[in-house]
Ligand binder design. Structure first.
Ligand SMILES: Cc1cc2nc3c(=O)[nH]c(=O)nc-3n(C[C@H](O)[C@H](O)[C@H](O)COP(=O)(O)OP(=O)(O)OC[C@H]3O[C@@H](n4cnc5c(N)ncnc54)[C@H](O)[C@@H]3O)c2cc1C
Length: 482
């Protein structure tokens, strides 16, 4: 009886809709369900049908990772509880809870996320599935390195608690596994101390790329967080000029007078939402030049010890809701690579290529990565990571240009971030992620029938199933031409 009612709930909350990632390119139509409890999630996953299932969080992956054209998309955001925090800063939190809801609970208790990406509007499940990094990777690694255990709904319908000790292979295949090992229902996360809701920030305007890189290298030992905005439209002697910001959590005694009473009261202003009416042509070389020039000129040449609310330091883009609409109907791409240390000349070449490239780079961000973790698909590796936002309107010219840059990255021992990707060619996957077969074996162990899949999986052949299907198609294709 109970079971029948649950099925009825799923059917009634099911809808068909076109979904995209944050970049608003490559839409595909899927059946979407948003189960409100674990039994309903299990029923939906097990009954996914021949095109399989993809978990989805808040849809902030830029490309097609949380899409499943013709199949089922499991919206995990209805299960979003945030548990209490113990005295060691550990919190049990649902896979569908947002980072914002975690911060809301954590700051008043003197804690913060151990690792946070540049937006707080992602889920815990999304943070683990992409194994996200922040401005402190050089010291603290990725999000999954602060997860003590996770509860995974396996493709078979079995629920299993996985820790790095109990099943290291499955834990690290799930971290960065792009939702393809099952649905992350819950995680126990170790938070980090944050005495106040403020950050103490040093800002430096830099002459060129080398200046930014040397400031960031030097700040590694001094400050916890660092990031550089890089100008990718200005050529010549200032190539790669930018603004470096480094910061640490502000201690209570650094806050003067009455401000101390509010030091742990985190109430960010509600963000206005961008209207859905921007024409694609609005983002062009002229606006890119203007924006970059304004950004550069507005930055102080050097300002030390400035107090900033944490949302200004970590989440400057969250100030406007749905800002991705600014790129218009045709959307945008984010290209993010990591280039190993010692390959800085290659990074300079890439920066130069963007300056002269077919599409204006609207926003570019550089960070330093420290040691890699055991995850075979986890993106970070020791080196420099460059993330660049580009309007998608330039079509074929942009595709050819980015293919050339992918080759440059692969030949330098680097890789592209799957969570940002919407267009990479499958032939680079095994070069950039040389442990993919190890990951495929673990994924196939928990998903022998290929129930988990996604548009990203089918495009790149991540899972053994998708990869075999791609090879089959390629072979048939060869046969046809003979
Ligand atoms: C403005 C902005 C800034 C960003 N900055 C950074 C950054 O600094 N560092 C960084 O690493 N990333 C960054 N990102 C990317 C973002 O953090 C990741 O794409 C993240 O995975 C998005 O989480 P989500 O909840 O929106 O998941 P979705 O985008 O919905 O899904 C992303 C992936 O997670 C899987 N997934 C989602 N929920 C679950 C679940 N419950 N169980 C299993 N799998 C699941 C999906 O199948 C998909 O493969 C940024 C994105 C934006 C828009």
């Amino acid at each position: 009886m109970l079971g029948r009612r649950r099925v009825a709930t799923i059917v009634s909350s099911e809808r068909r809709a076109a979904l995209t990632g944050w970049g608003r390119t490559g839409a595909s139509v899927a059946r979407i369900v948003r189960p409100s409890d674990i039994p309903a999630t299990t029923t939906a996953l097990v009954g996914a049908g021949p095109r399989g299932a993809t978990p989805r969080g808040l849809g902030r992956a830029y490309g097609d990772a949380a899409q499943n054209g013709g199949g089922l998309v499991l919206d995990a955001t209805a299960i979003d509880y945030v548990g209490p925090i113990d005295s060691d800063g550990r919190m049990l939190v649902a896979g569908g809870a947002s980072l914002e809801s975690v911060i809301r609970a954590a700051i008043p208790a003197g804690w913060f996320l151990p690792v946070t990406p540049g937006t707080r509007h992602i889920t815990i499940g999304g943070a683990i599935a992409s194994d996200v990094h922040g401005k402190n990777h050089h010291l603290d690694g990725t999000f999954a390195q602060h997860v003590e255990s996770l509860t995974l709904l396996l493709p078979s319908g079995e629920t299993r608690v996985v820790t790095p000790e109990s099943d290291p292979a499955l834990f690290w295949a799930t971290a960065g596994g792009m939702g393809l090992t099952g649905v992350i229902l819950e995680a126990r996360v170790r938070l980090t101390r944050a005495p106040t809701r403020f950050m103490t920030v040093d800002t430096y305007r830099t002459r060129d790329l080398d200046h930014s890189m040397s400031l960031m290298t030097e700040s590694d030992s001094r400050t916890h967080y660092s990031v550089a905005w890089v100008d990718l439209v200005t050529a010549g002697a200032s190539l790669g000029r930018g603004v470096v910001t480094c910061g640490d959590h502000t201690p209570v005694d650094a806050i003067a007078g009455r401000g101390r009473q509010d030091a742990r009261r985190w109430r960010p202003r509600p963000a206005p939402t961008a209207p859905p009416v921007f024409p694609s042509q609005m983002v062009n070389r002229f606006t890119a030049r203007l924006l970059n020039e304004l950004w550069f000129r507005n930055a102080p040449s050097e300002r030390l010890g400035e107090l900033q609310p944490l949302e200004a330091f970590f989440y400057p883009l969250d100030i406007v809701g749905q800002w991705n609409r600014v790129y218009g109907r045709r959307g945008f791409l984010q290209w993010q690579c990591v280039i190993p240390f010692g390959e800085e000349d290659r990074l300079r070449r890439i920066v130069e290529a963007f300056v002269n490239g077919p599409a204006p780079a609207i926003l570019a961000v550089l960070k330093r990565f420290g040691a890699a973790n055991p995850g075979p698909l986890s993106f970070p590796a020791p080196g420099w990571t460059l993330a660049v936002d580009l309007p998608a309107a330039r079509g074929d010219a942009l595709a050819t240009f980015l293919d050339h840059l992918d080759r440059e990255v692969a030949e330098g021992g680097g890789r592209i971030y799957l969570s940002k990707d919407a267009r990479m060619r499958p032939e680079w996957l095994e070069v950039m992620y040389p442990r993919i077969d190890e990951w495929r074996a673990v994924q196939a162990r928990v998903d022998p029938h290929g129930r988990m899949t996604s548009d990203l999986d089918r495009r790149l052949g991540l899972t053994a199933h998708a990869s075999a299907r791609m090879r089959g198609t390629a072979n048939r294709g060869m046969g046809d031409t003979r």
